[in-house]
Design a protein around this ligand. Structure first.
Ligand SMILES: Nc1nc2c(ncn2[C@@H]2O[C@H](COP(=O)(O)OP(=O)(O)OP(=O)(O)O)[C@@H](O)[C@H]2O)c(=O)[nH]1
Ligand SMILES: [Mg+2]
Ligand SMILES: [Zn+2]
Length: 360
């Protein structure tokens, strides 16, 4: 229990916010400074946070802080500085969905879309061409996030038969369920809500216009999140949601609505690629040569599976591209670390990270 005085209003207000033994231990490591607050909204340069549930419902004013230089995301637990102006500490995350920020020509910086999440919903919409290649990338990041991935195909009310699109996504969603839902008809909404039992935090991720905010509204039973129509011609969204937001669900649980992102670029990965492409890696184990390039070599189990129609060749191409992207990123990171080392030897201050996590 971090603040005794809050106990009178609600027996465990911090537990409702998602505080757990893990965060308590992380706070302990720091010597229990200040009062932890959960980041509920991130605007450019500003973050909104709450020490207690009454600050989320609007009964009390929330905490508003400058977040210059702080690497924070919605869902994070942080400790404000004593003067209440800035973020002093960010508690170690239990999970985080992190991509590479898509700045053209800029050095690699990470962008965490949501932190301390239990389930990450990868949202795709019916009524447009399914995008298994995008889903593969999302799955890599989702497996690396530490949260449980679930795929959701929305707008079931728009089509007579969702099955072809569901299959196209299920083919690449190895061991990950593909749920059908509609924020308009309400189909599947209870199935999604069920994942929040135990006061868990769900995150909704996906391209603009797929219906994330509409689903959030269906879950909370209120038109809290703004939504707007997709463009007529290509069904693309209009980037209606501009800031990630942590929204309480009635009773218990949380959902993080995020702004639609166009590019799903990899960030330094753990075993996300191996898990998202476990089918291809399993085949590789059967190749005759250990250093098989899976190209022209005799006894290549991957090429055999392609010839037998068991593996879609575009999946191998997609995997190669992701491995290359990851290698390039690692190289760039190493070069950057080296440069930073040199700078610190020069006793100069390392460059401040000006990226505020908000831009596409
Ligand atoms: N028919 C139908 N339309 C939907 C459904 N879900 C969303 N829409 C419509 O699709 C458009 C975009 O929905 P949003 O919820 O704003 O999409 P979003 O994913 O939040 O988009 P961004 O905030 O831009 O990332 C709106 O016109 C919604 O009414 C659905 O299940 N069925
Ligand atoms: Mg939205
Ligand atoms: Zn091979």
């Amino acid at each position: 229990m971090y603040v005794q005085s809050l106990m009178t209003a609600d027996p465990t207000p911090e537990a409702r916010l998602g505080w757990s033994d893990e965060f308590d231990a992380a706070w302990d490591v720091l010597g229990r400074p200040g009062t932890p607050a959960r980041v509920t909204r991130l605007d450019r340069g500003w973050s909104t946070a709450a020490h207690s549930f009454s600050q989320v419902t609007g009964d009390d004013d929330p905490v508003r802080l400058r977040n210059i230089g702080a690497d924070i995301a919605v869902g994070d637990w942080m400790i404000p500085s004593d003067d209440g102006e800035r973020v002093e500490h960010v508690l170690e995350r239990t999970s985080a969905f992190t991509r590479r920020a898509s700045f053209d020509g800029m050095r690699a910086v990470s962008h965490t879309l949501a932190a301390n999440i239990d389930v990450v919903f990868l949202i795709h919409a019916l009524g447009m061409t399914p995008s298994p290649r995008r889903l593969e990338r999302e799955l890599v990041l989702a497996f690396d996030s530490g949260a449980e991935p679930i795929v959701v195909l929305t707008k079931t009310d728009l089509v007579d038969d969702p099955e072809p699109a569901r299959e196209a996504l299920a083919d690449v969603a190895l061991g990950v369920p593909v749920l059908l839902a509609s924020g308009i008809s309400g189909e599947g909404v209870d199935d999604i809500r069920a994942f929040s039992s135990g006061n868990r935090t769900l995150a909704f991720l996906g391209a603009s216009g797929v219906g994330k905010s509409t689903l959030v509204n269906a879950l909370v039973g209120d038109a809290l999140q703004a939504t707007s129509a997709v463009r007529e011609g290509d069904q693309r969204g209009r980037h209606t949601t501009v800031a990630a937001e942590l929204v309480p669900m009635p009773g218990e649980g949380w959902v993080i609505d995020t702004p639609g992102v166009r590019a799903v670029s990899l960030w330094l990965s753990g075993n996300g690629i191996e898990r998202a492409f476990a089918d291809v890696f399993d085949l590789m184990d059967g190749c005759r040569f250990r250093d098989c390039k899976h190209d022209q070599e005799p006894g290549c189990a991957v090429q055999q599976a392609i010839a037998d129609g068991e593996l879609d060749p575009v999946r191998l191409t997609a995997l190669d591209a992701l491995i290359d992207e990851e290698e390039a990123l690692e190289k760039e990171q190493k070069a950057r670390e080296k440069a930073a080392d040199r700078r610190s030897k020069d006793k100069r201050r390392p460059e401040a990270d000006e990226y505020d996590g908000m831009r596409e």
